[in-house]
Design a protein around this ligand. Structure first.
Ligand code: HEC
Length: 472
C-alpha cells in the first residue's frame, strides 16, 4: 500500500486491462504466433508447386499481419504491462522480482522478432529465385521467435494461477516450472495455430474474391492445417483443465456467466460448444466439397475463434480470483501473509497515501473512503460497472440497510462469495467502510482515483502532521 490508488469509477479498472489484453491476444495468437508458420508454409507451397498464386496470397496475408502486429499488436503488448502496473502495481512488482530475467530475455526476443518480421516482409520480393530457400528459412526463424515470446510470457501467466513449488525454492526456475506452465503452453500453441487458420480463411474471403477455383483449393488447404492442429488443442485443453486446482474451478460458473447470468450457465456453455461445432462443419465442408463452399462461410470460423479466444481469457482471469497471484497475493494487492497483522492493526496506518491513518468519530466517512479505495476498488466502482451500491441493493433491497448486517456480510464476504478476498482491515475500519457506503447511498458522489484527484505526497503529509504535533 505504498502508492496512490489509480481508479476508474465508471467503467472499473478491470475493463481497461480486459480490453487491452484481449485485443492483444486476438492479434498475438492468430496473426503472429500462428500466422508466421502458416505463411511460411504457404510460401513453401508456392515454391514447391511453382504456382505463383500461393506466393502472392501468402505475401498479402503477411502484409496484413505485419501492419497489425507491429502497430496495434506491439502497442497493446506494452500496454498490458502499463495498464496492469497502474491497476495493480504490487502484483507486477512481485512478478518483476521473480521473473526479471525472463522479462529481460522476452524483451530481447521481442526485438529480434520485430527485426525478423521487418526482414521477412521487406525481403520477400528481393530474395526470389535461388534465394527463395533462404527467405523461407527466415520465415521459419521468425516463427520460432514469435513462439518464444509467447512461451516466456505464458510462464508468468501460469505462475499467477498456481505458484507450485516456488515457495520452496524461490528461484526463477521454480517459478517457471509451475504446474500449469506446460499444460497452458501446450494449449496456447495449437490454439494459436488453429486461430491462425481461421484468420487466414477470413482473409481469403477478401483476397480471392474473383477466383473461386483457387479459393477452393486454398480454403481446403487451410482447413487441413486447422483440423490437423485441432486434436492437439482439445487434448492439451483437457490436460490444462485437469491441472487447474479445484479451488479455482469452483468459480467456473461465475467466470463464464457473471452472477446475473449464472442461471444461463448451461445455455452459454452449450452455445459455445455449438459455435465450435459450426466452425468444424465449415472446415469439413471446405475439405470435402471445397467448390461448393459459399464464400461467406469463410468468415464464420474466425468469428467463432474470436469469441472462444476472448472467452478463454476472461475465464482464465476470473478463475484466479480472489487472488492475483495464487495463494500469495489477493486481487486487492495485499499479500496473504500480511492479513493477520492488518486485521489487527488496520490497513490505514500502512497505506502511505491514505488521507486518514486512524479511524476516529470525526473522520469516519473519509477513512471509510480510503478503506474502500484500498480494499474494494480493484473490482468494484461506486455506481458504475460492478458498482458497490447496486451490489448491496441486490442483497438488502430498496429500504433501509442495517449497518451491522452489512459489516457482518463484509467480514464473511470471502465465504459467501469465494471469488472475493477477505476484508483486510480491522473492526474500526470495517465500521468506517460501512458508514462510507451508507453515505454514498445518500450522496452518490463518484470516487476519483489518484490520477484525477491527485495525491498528497507522504512527506508533505508527515511534515504537516509533525507540525501539528509540535504545535499541540
Ligand atoms: C477480486 C475482486 C473483488 C474484490 C476485491 C471485492 N469484490 Fe465484491 N464482488 C466481486 C465480484 C466479481 C462480485 C459479483 C459480481 C457479479 O454480480 O457477477 C462481487 C459481489 C459483491 C457483493 C454482492 C454479493 C452478492 O451476493 O450478490 C457485495 C456486497 C460485495 N461484492 C462487496 C464488496 C466489498 C465491500 C468489497 C471490499 C471490502 C469487495 N466486494 C471487494 C469482486 C470483488
Amino acid at each position: 500500500m505504498d502508492l496512490p490508488v489509480f481508479h476508474l469509477d465508471f467503467s472499473g479498472n478491470r475493463i481497461l486491462i480486459g480490453i487491452i489484453a484481449i485485443l492483444h491476444v486476438f492479434i498475438n495468437h492468430p496473426m503472429a504466433v500462428g500466422a508466421m508458420p502458416l505463411i511460411t508454409l504457404m510460401e513453401w507451397m508456392g515454391k514447391r508447386t511453382g504456382d505463383r498464386r500461393w506466393d502472392e496470397l501468402a505475401y498479402k496475408i503477411l502484409t496484413v499481419c505485419f501492419i497489425v502486429t507491429t502497430s496495434v499488436g506491439a502497442l497493446t503488448g506494452v500496454g498490458i504491462w502499463f495498464a496492469t502496473s497502474l491497476v495493480n502495481p504490487y502484483a507486477i512488482g512481485s512478478l518483476i522480482h521473480i521473473f526479471y530475467w525472463a522479462w529481460f530475455s522476452e524483451w530481447i526476443v521481442f526485438c529480434i522478432e520485430v527485426i525478423l518480421i521487418l526482414l521477412y516482409y521487406l525481403l520477400w520480393k528481393k530474395w526470389e529465385g535461388p534465394l527463395k530457400n533462404r527467405h523461407i528459412i527466415l520465415g521459419a526463424t521468425l516463427s520460432v521467435s514469435s513462439w518464444l515470446t509467447m512461451a516466456i510470457i505464458t510462464a508468468i501467466l501460469a505462475y499467477m494461477m498456481d505458484i507450485g513449488n516456488w515457495r520452496l525454492g524461490n528461484g526463477l526456475f521454480d517459478a517457471i516450472l509451475n504446474p500449469l506452465y506446460l499444460p497452458q503452453l501446450a494449449f496456447r500453441t495449437p490454439l494459436a495455430m488453429t486461430t491462425a487458420g481461421f484468420f487466414a480463411m477470413f482473409l481469403t474471403y477478401f483476397f480471392l474474391k474473383d477466383n473461386p477455383e483457387f479459393r477452393s483449393s486454398v480454403s481446403r488447404w487451410i482447413s487441413i492445417w486447422t483440423l490437423a492442429w485441432l486434436p492437439f488443442c482439445l487434448a492439451a485443453g483437457d490436460w490444462y483443465w485437469r491441472m487447474i486446482p479445484s479451488s479455482l474451478t469452483q468459480n467456473l460458473n461465475v467466470a463464464v456467466a457473471t452472477q446475473i447470468f449464472i442461471t444461463h450457465y448451461t445455455l452459454i456453455i452449450i452455445s459455445l460448444y455449438s459455435f465450435v461445432v459450426i466452425a468444424l462443419v465449415v472446415l469439413l465442408w471446405a475439405i470435402l466439397k471445397p467448390l461448393r463452399l459459399p464464400r461467406y462461410a469463410l468468415l464464420i470460423p474466425f468469428l467463432v475463434g474470436i469469441l472462444t479466444l476472448g472467452y478463454f481469457e476472461r475465464v482464465r482471469e476470473f478463475l484466479r480470483k480472489p487472488y492475483i497471484i495464487a495463494d500469495y497475493m489477493y486481487a486487492n494487492g495485499i499479500r496473504v501473509e500480511d492479513y493477520a497483522l492488518l486485521n489487527q492493526r488496520g490497513i490505514l496506518p500502512y497505506a502511505v497515501y491514505a488521507h486518514e491513518k486512524i479511524v476516529t468519530d470525526q473522520n469516519k466517512i473519509q477513512a471509510g473512503k480510503d478503506v474502500f479505495m484500498i480494499s474494494c476498488t480493484r473490482c468494484h466502482t461506486t455506481n458504475g460497472v460492478n458498482g458497490i451500491l447496486a451490489k448491496f441493493r441486490n442483497l438488502y433491497g430498496q429500504g433501509a440497510w442495517d449497518a451491522e448486517t452489512m459489516a457482518l456480510y463484509i467480514r464473511g464476504m470471502h465465504n459467501a462469495r469465494p471469488f472475493m478476498p477477505p476484508f483486510p482491515g480491522n473492526d474500526a475500519e470495517l465500521d468506517a467502510l460501512v458508514q462510507y457506503i451508507l453515505s454514498l447511498r445518500q450522496y452518490p458522489i463518484p470516487l476519483k482515483g489518484a490520477q484525477t484527484a491527485g495525491a498528497v505526497p507522504p512527506s508533505a503529509f508527515l511534515n504537516a502532521k509533525s507540525g501539528a504535533d509540535s504545535r499541540s
